[in-house]
Design a binder for this molecule. Structure first.
Ligand SMILES: Nc1ncnc2c1ncn2[C@@H]1O[C@H](COP(=O)(O)OP(=O)(O)OP(=O)(O)O)[C@@H](O)[C@H]1O
Ligand SMILES: [Mg+2]
Length: 402
């Protein structure tokens, strides 16, 4: 018979009970994490088949095969069945090679921003919980990195779901002063943003992770305002101020905002060059979005009165977790399009168990192999998120005047 586990002393009051639950859950999460991602095993990105690479980079598979036969460009890995595959790093080498080989199309192969094109900061926000902000931020960041952009993902949510998707468990892997808070705090512990940026296993994406300490900014800001912090130091300029420190290193910043309209979100909006409001097309969510928009407008006018700006190249509503066969949802999407017109992205991210299931193992569809979830489901889901991401990409390019 198995020995009974030692039972913790029974809690005597609610606080003790909650503390005990927190400890139990934390221990459980740690052991699940250790089982899934042993400390020695780093999360890594799969390689991409030549068909996928051809599609993503924008050349034909035949041309790609010919290049590799001619010994030009990166050398793909050859499987025993003769299939060629490339890492994301090799995909980027291929882009550089193609831009030199076919200079007329250089911009299509290496889309990074040029002199005169300003850093794009895309804030993904809505205070409605579960409107797929994190999923939208993750897929967008990965899509953009696959296209060859240099992306900085910022996790502004104390719950740190985005960091977790990148394989960083907020309670164990992210220490004190290792989130954006470290770079925007008001006291002497403040450090340069560069010091809290981490690489990720997904080439082309760097991450500013989050954890609970981000909440400190919400608590400290009222005190700083009482002390009279002004000018550059005023709370809403802190996020934009630190992003400016690393501007030269990136093309696009994606900020996953927390599900509330606090000082962090206002800082993100002030830093943003574009706002993506995610919306799950259900009546309760639409009603809460109306509150979100009213509060955002109110807050931003307070910020503007204090000398801030909301200087957005575009604002778009992104319909997420959308079931196109659901009649009430279709009516809500029609209502949104009727009201906001072209400010609602034409593409919608379809509800998909493939996306939800991939999320459970902290992966996106871009990371999974097509065979892992069933081809039809994978293709359908990926097609819808790719369409959303491609639309955002073309808006970014529009903002660059391309
Ligand atoms: N297209 C989709 N199809 C199916 N499930 C989805 C889809 N997009 C997101 N989800 C799932 O919905 C849940 C909520 O998504 P997500 O965490 O991205 O929302 P959020 O707005 O960031 O939430 P929060 O407000 O808590 O930060 C997650 O379990 C996610 O896997
Ligand atoms: Mg989230």
């Amino acid at each position: 018979m198995k020995a009974a586990r030692p039972q913790p002393a029974p809690p005597t009051n609610a606080t003790q009970r909650i503390t005990q639950h927190a400890e139990l859950l934390s221990a459980q999460l740690r052991s699940m994490r250790d089982a899934m991602f042993p400390p020695t095993a780093q999360k890594s990105l799969r390689s991409f088949s030549s068909g996928e690479v051809a599609r993503i980079v924008g050349v034909s598979d035949g041309y790609l095969r010919q290049l590799s036969l001619d010994g030009l460009g990166p050398v793909p890995t050859l499987s025993s069945g003769g299939r060629r595959s490339y890492t994301l790093g090799q995909m980027n080498e291929l882009r550089t090679f193609l831009s030199q080989h076919r200079p007329k199309e250089a911009l299509a192969f290496v889309p990074r921003r040029r002199a005169g094109e300003k850093l794009q900061v895309l804030a993904v926000a809505n205070f409605k919980g579960g409107s797929a902000k994190t999923t939208t931020s993750l897929y967008l960041a990965q899509y953009l990195a696959l296209q060859g952009y240099r992306v900085l993902a910022i996790d502004l949510d104390p719950q740190a779901s985005l960091s977790a998707m990148f394989g960083y468990q907020p309670e164990f892997d992210i220490g004190a002063n290792e989130t954006l808070y470290g770079a925007i705090r008001y006291d002497d512990e403040r450090r340069p943003l560069r010091e809290v940026i981490r690489p990720t296993y997904f080439e082309g994406i760097h991450l500013v992770p989050g954890n609970l300490e981000l909440m400190e900014f919400e608590h400290e800001t009222p005190r700083a305002m009482m002390r009279g912090d002004r000018g550059r130091d005023i709370f809403f300029r802190r996020v934009s101020g630190v992003i400016a420190e690393v501007e030269a290193d990136y093309d696009i910043v994606v900020i996953d905002c927390p599900p509330q309209l606090g000082f962090l979100t206002v800082g993100a909006l002030n830093a943003a060059t574009a706002l993506l409001v995610t919306i799950h097309p259900q009546m309760v969510d639409v009603a809460s979005m109306s509150q979100f928009l009213l509060m955002t407008a109110d807050l931003m006018s307070v910020v503007e009165d204090a000398g801030g700006k909301l200087d957005l190249d575009f604002v778009r509503y992104v319909v997420t977790r959308h079931d196109p066969n659901d009649v009430p949802e279709a009516q809500i999407v029609a209502l949104l399009r009727g009201l906001f017109r072209e400010d609602v992205l034409a593409a919608t991210a379809w509800k998909s168990t493939a996306i939800a299931n991939a999320g459970l193992t902290k992966q996106s569809l871009y990371e999974l192999d097509r065979g892992a979830v069933g081809r039809a489901a994978y293709d359908r889901a990926l097609e819808s998120v790719n369409a959303v991401n491609a639309e955002v990409e073309s808006l970014v390019q529009g903002a660059w005047g391309r």
